[in-house]
Design a binder for this molecule. Structure first.
Ligand code: GLU
Length: 449
């Protein structure tokens, strides 16, 4: 791990690793937060007295269950699914479901832990949770996806509710999967409980701008970081990892603000076009045809596909990691800095390794960690809950405006908190401390629970 912890926090960290063996991503996420809490425990001794940090590192409830389902040939498959209900001090557990073969308890716990602080930062009344399964949706038919989602919800429904736990999407879970999940929840419970899931389709209780929100929000946060340095996005070259929902809408908003997006990726490789990528084509290939990103280079002569290529080797002004955890390491960070990159905003959760984060901070580039920079998605989920609760639906413009205000507020909060604790420009400390203070105040008010 990177920075050293002060003695008291080191003891808490050792206890976390001891109690949660083999969960390296969870350890990493906890270490990254504890690294920044030294000045907070010094300023507020009551935190130690109330054991708030120990409590915040222990999920309130963890559910692990079997998901049996049949493929189109009738063969039976057994997957494992999780829901980690991490913290409900600020509201019902809130966070996505991830379907990916790499999912195990350690991944869901790291995501749930980060979600607690992220959701605190949004200022909305939502606690933190996360779920998912090691199910691999790649190559599965719509019918297979449906049967899997129905089987999963047949167990999960008993733990959910609009006042209890409200899942949404994440990697491998979008509107199609949420539709199957919602349908099964409705059928089992005999309740049309719109507020039990977010990221719903517009025809059945979803919010305008939810699909766009994570990517848009990341670019709003980026713009605020640049603005604080007297700069903006206009004319900047930009590389964006991934080509899923977050990457596509980060691309869209960056382009709207005058950036030239020259590269993106999927797990098989990268595509590069120095003349700038064509967003409509990427959307068709990924959202409608559900094909690999290499198809883009087959269609566009100025573009090239590099199988297994490393996106971070492409020179750029701005890098937006929007794919997955630990996708950008120390070597990559060094290369980006050498190539003149001035800003990094994370659309994904924990995409930069601790070594990468350290290098970005030492180089003093504008670095916005996921907890803050990608909070627009879950913030707009909270706006969806708000609309569902009042049986209302807002226009795209109104919802996007709210999202923009929330991202500006998050930036301001992180910026001011970093200054207050003597680390100006350090958005990692700013985000962790501001998110932590919000949650810990609520926890202390509620007593020993
Ligand atoms: N999965 C998203 C995240 O990482 C969104 C969660 C939600 O909307 O509840 O924040």
């Amino acid at each position: 791990m990177s920075a050293r912890l002060d003695e008291r926090l080191e003891r808490i960290y050792q206890e976390v690793t001891h109690r949660n063996p083999g969960e390296s991503e969870f350890h990493q996420a906890v270490h990254e937060v504890l690294e920044t809490l030294g000045p907070v425990v010094a300023k507020y001794p009551e935190l130690a007295e109330h054991k708030v940090i120990q409590r915040v590192c222990e999920p309130e409830r963890q559910i692990i269950f079997r998901v049996p389902w049949q493929d189109d040939r009738g063969e039976i498959h057994i997957n494992r699914a999780f829901r980690v209900e991490f913290n409900s001090a600020l509201g019902p557990y809130k966070g996505g479901m991830r379907f990916h073969p790499s999912v195990y308890l350690g991944i869901i716990k790291f995501l749930g832990f980060e979600q607690v602080f992220k959701n605190g930062l949004t200022g909305m009344p939502i606690g933190g949770g996360k779920g998912g399964s090691d199910f691999d949706p790649k190559g599965r038919s719509d019918d297979e996806i449906m049967r899997f989602c129905q089987s999963l919800m047949t167990e999960l429904y008993r733990y959910l509710g609009e006042y209890t736990d409200v899942p949404a999407g994440d990697i491998g879970v979008g509107e199609r999967e949420l539709g199957f999940l919602f349908g099964q929840y409705k059928r089992i419970t005999n309740r049309y409980e719109s507020g039990v899931l977010t990221g719903k389709g517009l025809a059945w209780g979803g919010s305008c701008a939810r699909k766009e929100a994570t990517g848009y929000g990341t670019v709003y946060f980026l713009q605020e970081m640049l603005k604080a340095r007297g700069d903006d996005l206009d004319g900047k070259t930009c590389v964006i990892s991934g080509s899923g929902n977050v990457a596509i809408y980060a691309m869209s908003k960056a382009m709207q603000h005058g950036a030239k997006v020259i590269a993106c990726s999927d797990s098989a490789g990268i595509i590069v076009d120095e003349q700038g990528l064509d967003l409509a084509r990427i959307k068709r290939i990924k959202e409608i045809e559900r094909r690999r990103i290499s198809a883009y280079a087959d269609e566009v002569s100025s573009a090239r596909h590099i199988a297994g290529g490393n996106l971070w080797e492409i020179p750029c002004d701005v890098a937006l990691p929007c794919a997955t955890q630990n996708e950008l390491d120390g070597k990559d960070a060094k290369r980006l800095i050498e190539n003149g990159c001035i800003a990094v905003a994370e659309g994904a959760n924990m995409p930069t390794t601790p070594e990468g984060v350290r290098l970005f901070q030492e180089a003093k580039i504008a670095y916005g960690p996921g907890k803050a920079a990608n909070a627009g998605g879950v913030a707009t989920s909270a706006l969806e809950m708000q609309q569902n609760a009042s049986r209302d639906s807002w226009t795209f413009e109104h919802t996007e405006q709210r999202l923009r205000e929330i991202m500006i507020d998050i930036h301001r909060n992180c910026h001011e908190t970093a200054e207050e604790f003597g680390m100006p420009g350090d958005y990692v400390s700013g985000a962790n401390i501001a998110g932590f203070l919000k949650v810990s105040k609520a926890m202390m008010a509620m007593g020993v629970i």
